[in-house]
Design a protein around this ligand. Structure first.
Ligand SMILES: CC(C)(COP(=O)(O)OP(=O)(O)OC[C@H]1O[C@@H](n2cnc3c(N)ncnc32)[C@H](O)[C@@H]1OP(=O)(O)O)[C@@H](O)C(=O)NCCC(=O)NCCS
Length: 389
């Protein structure tokens, strides 16, 4: 039996604030987009199982969410499972789909993500944005993720000489990329001067270090390798799937400036793919805060430990650079609908690898191998996937 796994269709809603759409509307929209994306067509009856990532911010549909989504998508009765691993829920849903096919149990599976965040008042959102740390410790200390990542940033600056300007360059790059992406939430450019003069949220972070609060959904369809030609002339192959966990509370970690879950996940993915960091043509990484992107350069081996700041300052992660990162605008500016984000990254990577980014100025030219890096909470969970055309 063929153990290769192909992505054959990808779909996504716009990311943003949609007061008139609920999770059902968002999920159906992205599911239909994914069905339409497989150029030879997919009979929905071929779909045998679904994994759907969501934190269910606000607690709106905490029970049986995945069953509700497949019912709404008119593919009832199939097994459907909600996957919850904080901000990495989407990529863990993708991983579950890959494993279902690799095990030989399933031929065609969907992996999706859906999150509705903007209908909560700010203080309720603040609560939900802290539920994925070690709550007994970190809540007691009055922290949530902006303040935890701010401490990580301070430590990185202290140990490695990373500067606020370098964090700013990440924000400026990702806003510029999002301004060209019609599906992004914050489609405006930001200058380094605007970044530096924004008021502080959690020192050293100002507004432009933080991702926004977002509604959105994404769906991808995967199948057994030898069946891919029935659905599309442009399959994208899953070359490596790695994942890991870490101590949730940052005070329990050996080194606050590293995300071990992501390092472990990256090692596994490179090993499975038989590849090295130099083989990656571009990456979508988890930049919930600017420091998170900078550390991802180090976790993924694009920069030596402590030298993430140098990589951005030298321009290597810009479109046209040695390793473009977050050409979608990233979480920072494309948006971060928690449980959807990992699937949204696969959506971007697949479109780019097929040469179908639609906006020519955002297309990474001639790319054959890409990496998606998705982190849960402040690093408690992570997945790294390597895809190739
Ligand atoms: C930063 C934050 C508090 C802003 O919330 P807010 O003040 O309620 O923002 P609003 O939605 O009212 O938007 C106000 C303006 O700021 C802009 N804006 C909102 N968030 C922004 C962000 N992160 N970066 C840049 N601009 C942002 C909006 O576009 C809007 O602009 P406009 O007035 O020109 O339309 C909120 O985005 C936040 O909590 N982000 C962090 C999310 C998070 O921690 N996620 C989990 C990561 S692990």
């Amino acid at each position: 039996m063929d153990k290769e796994v192909a992505v054959i269709g990808v779909g996504q809603t716009k990311y943003g604030s949609f007061p008139n759409k609920g999770i059902k509307d968002l999920f159906i929209e992205s599911y239909l987009d994914a069905l339409a994306n497989a150029d030879k067509g997919i009979d929905p009856k071929d779909i045998q199982e679904a994994y759907i990532g969501s934190l269910q911010t606000g607690g709106n549909q905490l029970g049986n969410m995945a069953a509700l989504m497949v019912e709404q998508a008119n593919i009832p009765y199939i097994p459907a499972t909600r996957v919850e691993n904080a901000c990495a829920s989407g990529s863990f849903a993708f991983r579950a789909a890959v494993m279902a096919i690799k095990s030989g149990m399933r031929d065609v599976v969907i992996a999706g993500g859906v999150e509705k965040m903007t209908d909560l008042p700010r203080e309720r959102n603040r609560f939900w944005l802290g539920v994925s740390g070690d709550v007994e410790w970190e809540r007691l200390a009055g922290t949530n993720f902006p303040s935890i990542y701010a401490m990580v940033a301070m430590r990185h600056m202290h140990e490695h000489g990373t500067t606020k300007e370098q964090l700013g360059m990440i924000s400026v790059k990702n806003h510029a990329n999002a301004s060209k992406n019609p599906k992004a939430q914050l489609r405006f450019a930001v200058t380094l001067e605007q970044y530096m003069s924004a008021g502080y949220f959690a020192y050293p972070f100002g507004l432009f270090d933080l991702c926004p609060v977002t509604d959105g959904a994404s769906v991808v369809i995967l199948c057994r390798g030898d069946l891919a030609k029935n659905y599309t002339d442009k399959p994208v192959w899953v070359a490596g799937a790695g994942s890991g966990t870490d101590y949730l509370a940052i005070h329990d970690r050996k080194d606050m400036t590293r995300l071990m879950a992501a390092e472990v996940a990256a090692q596994q993915a490179y090993e499975q793919a038989g590849m090295k960091p130099e083989d990656i043509d571009f990456a979508e990484v988890h930049d919930c805060f600017t420091i998170a992107e900078l550390i991802s350069y180090e976790s993924l081996g694009f920069a030596k430990p402590g030298e993430g700041g140098k990589l951005i300052a030298e321009g290597h992660t810009q479109i046209g650079g040695r390793i473009p990162v977050n050409v979608s605008g990233g979480l920072k500016a494309k948006g971060h609908p928690i449980g959807t984000t990992g699937i949204g990254q696969i959506y971007e990577v697949v479109n780019q690898l097929r040469g179908e980014a639609k906006e020519p100025e955002r297309q990474v030219k001639g790319a054959e191998v890409a990496l998606a890096h998705n982190v849960g909470g402040s690093g408690g969970t992570a997945c790294v996937h390597i895809l190739k055309i």
